[in-house]
Design a protein around this ligand. Structure first.
Ligand code: B12
Length: 220
């Protein structure tokens, strides 16, 4: 489909998310998929730009938390349709096992859910620990779920510090050496990842999948 034909479909989805219109977002998603638009294109061309715009409006005082919430709910109505399609792309052979969650004190999960979908789509077996995950829960995922990689997500500058606390808890429990730890989320940087001693950082879901594959190839 050429870009001209695609853009009204993407705009309709983006606008429905920004209007907090969950039904509209679901039907715009179905309509675009019905016309052959790739699900990843819907994520990159409509869902992520919608959340960026919601964030911009929040910063400018045009949106408050209730507006952010309804936009996030509308986005999730689309994500519920798109995620299984992205996750289906994987092969049947698991490439490795990843436990991933949003760190303690942090409820943001839209980006983490995208990472989950792409990892599943890339053939990884994923244990999704959800949001507000305390360090002890990440530790028990390593001991009980036999994971190769632990993924930590944080969207707040305050909760980023929980990443460091989680790595420390893994060290104290004696399990840090048995897994690779990857980190991400809007405020996280490669520099921060290096500072806290994480094994990898990625700034988007596709890069997170590439990173997880690299780590597995290097013997995670
Ligand atoms: C939606 C949203 C919310 C929703 C969240 C709904 C949900 N279920 O997720 C709600 C309304 C609940 C919310 C609440 C709050 N929010 Co908010 N929120 C946002 C917003 C607009 C979008 C976030 C988002 O979903 N982005 C889209 C996704 C796709 O991007 P992403 O998360 O970065 O993920 C990608 C990458 O980072 C990476 N990635 C993510 N995780 C991981 C993990 C790994 C392992 C890897 C490798 C990669 C990776 O891949 C992802 C996919 O490409 C942002 C602004 C923004 N533009 O970021 C503010 C923002 C994050 N929120 C903010 C704030 C302040 C809050 C509140 C404190 C507001 C309040 N006063 O109550 C609360 C905190 C609640 C809490 N305890 O968590 C601030 C944070 C400021 C800061 N510097 O800390 C922001 C930046 C808004 C702003 N500009 O001020 N929020």
């Amino acid at each position: 489909m050429d870009t001209d034909a695609l853009s009204p479909l993407l705009s309709a989805l983006r606008d429905a998310v920004l209007d907090g219109d969950a039904r509209g977002a679901a039907s715009a998603t179905e309509r675009a998929l019905g016309q052959g638009v790739d699900p990843q294109r819907l994520v990159d061309g409509a869902l992520i730009p919608a959340m960026d715009e919601a964030g911009r409006r929040f910063e400018n005082g045009e949106f408050f938390v209730p507006e952010l919430l309804v936009s996030a709910r509308a986005l999730k109505a689309s994500q519920a349709i798109v995620t299984p399609l992205l996750a289906q792309r994987g092969g049947v052979v698991a490439r490795g096992r990843v436990a991933i969650g949003t760190v303690k004190g942090d409820m943001h999960d839209i980006g983490k859910n995208l990472v989950v979908a792409l990892l599943q789509g890339g053939g990884f077996d994923v244990v999704d620990l959800g949001t507000d995950v305390p360090p002890t829960r990440f530790v028990s995922a390593v001991t009980n779920d036999r994971v190769d990689i632990v993924g930590l997500s944080a969207l707040l500058t305050t909760t980023m510090l929980q990443m460091k606390a989680t790595l420390k808890a893994m060290e104290t429990a004696g399990v840090r050496g048995s897994v690779k730890v990857i980190v991400g989320g809007a405020p996280v940087t490669q520099r921060f990842a290096d500072e806290i001693g994480a094994d990898g950082y990625a700034d988007n879901a596709a890069a997170a999948l590439a990173l997880a594959r690299r780590l597995m190839a290097s013997g995670a």
